[in-house]
Ligand binder design. Structure first.
Ligand code: ADP
Length: 317
């Protein structure tokens, strides 16, 4: 028999002031690096760097109010001196603020001090699918099914809120500690104000840009479905569908719809990629159609993935 005290009894014996966090706080968070949010009277300690973006550096932050770890996007005010740059951040915050879904990174708060602006988000400690693909080169079909299902659910929710993400890519598909997928980065997103509204321009360069966005013909929700197809291709094949050595040539291939699905990709997977990568936006599948697609309804769908999948190929039953 086990004579050690039950874990709960152990906890009760501790003084109340010790944070009951799974992380060893003294080791992972710098007690001299304090960030104070006066809007909610919360103090954060800065931890490890999660990643760097165009504007932001993203760190793990420990809230001393609730001992939870968040991801803090920290943007130096020296980098956003122009009014439109600040406007863009505020827009991103405004769009993300009322999104609450299992597969969308949850917004926590926004504040500033003299040197930086801070966006506090749900922490995705296992970073993004870019990091996974760096180790793995390409993924197995059950893994792709697992990630794609969650991507589709996240996008479905975002569209339901009348938002087009416009920059769906591997780097914006984050993973939390439990390997759950979370959509991130609403920096290029836009709200559709009335049914049938066509957006004419994007303020920035989407990675998996759809032909109608490229040609400035007017675009809408279908541009995200195009990106979903590109993501699925990239995960299974290990490179994007229209990749060339120059942006100009890549854009030409997108316009000409010139891509090949390698022959080792299964029939249902190849078919779904081809449906999403249709030049005509209205001919791409709806999210409802995607959900019911043969790729998702047949074949093995893991309920969870072990974190070892971030770096090595899993063995499925
Ligand atoms: P920018 O808008 O300046 O490009 P990003 O949103 O791309 O900044 O964030 C920079 C990096 O921080 C990303 O590469 C990503 O890996 C990481 N990151 C962003 N949000 C989170 C989060 N919620 N949890 C974990 N890491 C994140």
């Amino acid at each position: 028999q086990n004579h050690r005290p039950h874990p709960h009894q152990q906890l009760q014996q501790q003084p109340l002031s010790i944070p009951q966090s799974p992380h060893d706080i003294s080791q992972n968070f710098d007690p001299t690096h304090i960030i104070y949010d006066s809007t909610t009277d919360t103090t954060y300690l800065r931890g490890r760097l999660l990643g760097k973006g165009g504007f932001a550096r993203c760190y793990e932050l420990l809230s001393l109010s609730n001992n939870k770890i968040y991801a803090g996007k920290i943007i130096s005010k020296t980098r956003i001196s122009k009014p439109h740059q600040k406007q863009k951040i505020l827009r991103e915050v405004e769009l993300q603020q009322d999104l609450k879904h299992r597969n969308v990174v949850e917004f926590h708060s926004y504040f500033e001090d003299d040197s930086n602006v801070y966006i506090i988000l749900e922490n995705c400690s296992r970073k993004s699918l870019v990091h996974v693909l760096k180790h793995r080169k390409y993924l197995t079909e059950p893994e792709v099914r697992f990630y794609m299902q969650q991507l589709v659910e996240g996008v479905q929710y975002v569209h339901l809120k009348s938002i087009i993400h416009r920059d769906l890519k591997l780097g914006n598909m984050l993973l939390n500690e439990d390997m759950e997928l979370k959509l991130a980065d609403f920096g290029l997103a836009t709200k559709v104000d009335f049914e049938g509204e066509m957006k004419m321009t994007v303020c920035g360069t989407p990675n998996y840009i759809a032909p109608e966005v490229l040609q400035k013909k007017g675009h809408s929700f279908e541009a995200d479905i195009w990106a979903v197809g590109c993501i699925m291709y990239a995960l299974l094949v290990g490179r994007p569908p229209f990749e060339t050595t120059t942006l100009k040539e890549t854009y030409l291939r997108i316009t000409e719809n010139s891509f090949k699905v390698p022959s080792h990709i299964s029939g249902p997977a190849a078919n779904l990629i081809r449906k999403c990568l249709n030049s005509t936006p209205s001919q791409r599948p709806t999210l409802r159609e995607l959900n019911a697609d043969e790729f998702f309804t047949t074949g093995y769908m893991p309920r969870t993935l072990p974190p070892s999948c971030c770096t090595s190929m899993p063995k499925f039953p």
